[in-house]
Design a protein around this ligand. Structure first.
Ligand code: HEC
Ligand code: HEC
Length: 372
């Protein structure tokens, strides 16, 4: 027997032993004697990702909490308006196939009202330091859930309606008990469970990731595009969208990226911070799965990545509020990175390596009512 075979059979022996061990342990503990002991859910930090996660101390991740959150996220009774003919849940707007965006632009609430901005996807939000929404005005995912209930362009509902709807579904009390120790259903627990599920929506298997892990290599065009992305002499994208060693592809900062010279300050970062340097500034979104999440910018003004690239290449608009990191903007003579057609194609090829088909097909993130 050679060494490899030996190792293989040794490993098999251990695995079978471990399996028998767990099975027999389970047999010894009848279910009704188990105290409330939810199973901790450990987020496995993907290779190259920052180790610092934003998980509130009062909402630790548990397997049971994530499972409950997944049902609620996909349950169109959640709006509390299904019996009024207006079923809606998070997944009505946040669809897995578009990296939990809707792929069409603005969201449309139960009453037909449009959201102020276009959609934001749910990608690696467990790493978001507490700036949710285009202007960062929502400090936690839990708070976002609570806001969705009332938002006139989302559920346009009330806590009472949501609670009544979820309480009336027989499957939920046991799931709340498993997740939180008692069958009590509250808005706080609903928000916590959904937030736990959202924290498991992790994208780390794009071609870009595989290249970083030495499991794949860039084509020449993709590689050239990456150099453009990540150098100041090139297209100079990395200061805001993430440097080498930051696979989140966002810095979570707020910048005015020189799209306009007059600004509507009602929903920008200035509306939250009150600082004049934040006029016309919005959160720099992750570029992960960017192929799937158009139209682009907070107002969806660009339909395609080509339009976005043309904008950064020759469409920048000078204003005193443009962020200093928009190095390619120097009035009145510079309007962008001035890329030639090959460079534009290369930059786009690189952006397309950020699409993660494993993420959008991950069965653990899919609708549990239809796939389980
Ligand atoms: C009617 C469509 C709609 C529904 C339903 C909806 N959302 Fe959203 N969601 C949006 C839009 C639009 C944004 C971007 C909002 C903004 O910043 O202006 C957003 C943003 C978010 C963000 C911020 C993401 C980020 O990167 O900052 C979170 C978190 C979120 N939604 C969670 C939820 C949850 C949880 C639910 C269900 C309880 C939900 N959403 C239901 C439309 C919707
Ligand atoms: C000064 C910081 C900064 C620089 C430099 C920068 N961006 Fe952006 N980018 C932003 C911000 C902020 C937004 C969101 C702006 C908004 O919606 O108003 C954005 C949005 C985008 C979007 C659309 C995202 C979405 O979800 O709609 C793409 C694509 C993009 N940038 C690509 C690039 C590329 C490619 C480069 C380099 C050529 C680049 N950016 C350089 C800050 C920057």
């Amino acid at each position: 027997m050679n060494l490899q075979k030996l190792l293989k059979s040794w490993f098999l022996f251990i695995s079978i032993g471990a399996l028998l061990g767990t099975l027999s342990c389970k047999d010894d503990t009848p279910d009704d004697t188990i105290e409330f002991e939810p199973t901790p859910y450990t987020i496995v930090i993907p290779k190259n990702f920052p180790t610092q996660l934003n998980i509130p101390a009062d909402n630790p991740m548990t397997v049971e909490g994530v499972e409950l959150g997944r049902y609620l996220y996909y349950d169109s009774r959640l709006s509390g308006k299904a019996d009024e003919g207006m079923p809606m849940t998070c997944a009505t707007c946040h669809l897995q196939q578009y990296a939990f965006e809707n792929g069409t632009g603005k969201g449309i609430g139960t009453t037909g009202a449009e959201t102020h901005h276009v959609m934001l996807p749910h990608i690696n939000l467990a790493w978001n330091p507490g700036v949710y929404g285009w202007n960062g005005g929502t400090p936690s995912i839990e708070d976002d859930v609570k806001a969705v209930i009332y938002d006139p362009a989302e559920f346009a509902s009330t806590n009472e309606k949501v609670l009544a709807a979820i309480k009336s579904v027989p499957m939920y009390p046991p799931l709340f008990k498993a997740a939180f120790g008692t069958e009590e259903i509250t808005i706080d627990r609903i928000a916590k469970a959904i937030a736990q599920f959202i924290r498991t929506q992790i994208s780390s298997n794009s071609k870009f990731d595989k290249v970083l892990r030495n499991e794949a290599s860039f084509s020449t065009s993709e590689g050239n595009g990456y150099v453009l992305f990540a150098t100041e002499e090139g297209a100079d994208c990395f200061h805001c969208h993430g440097e080498l060693g930051n696979p989140l592809m966002t810095t979570h900062g707020f910048y005015n990226n020189a799209k306009d010279s007059v600004f509507d300050t009602s929903h920008d970062r200035f509306s939250v911070s009150g600082k004049s340097s934040d006029i016309g500034a919005y959160k720099v979104t992750t570029l992960r799965n960017i192929e799937l999440t158009g139209p682009y910018m907070h107002d969806g003004r660009f339909q395609t990545l080509d339009e976005v690239i043309n904008f950064y290449s020759e469409g920048l608009v000078y204003s005193q509020y443009a962020h200093p990191l928009m190095h390619k903007l120097g009035p009145p003579w510079e309007v962008g990175a001035l890329l030639n057609p090959q460079e534009k194609a290369d930059l786009k090829a690189f952006l397309l390596t950020l699409t993660d088909t494993v993420f959008i097909n991950d069965p653990k993130l899919s609708n549990p009512f239809t796939t389980k």
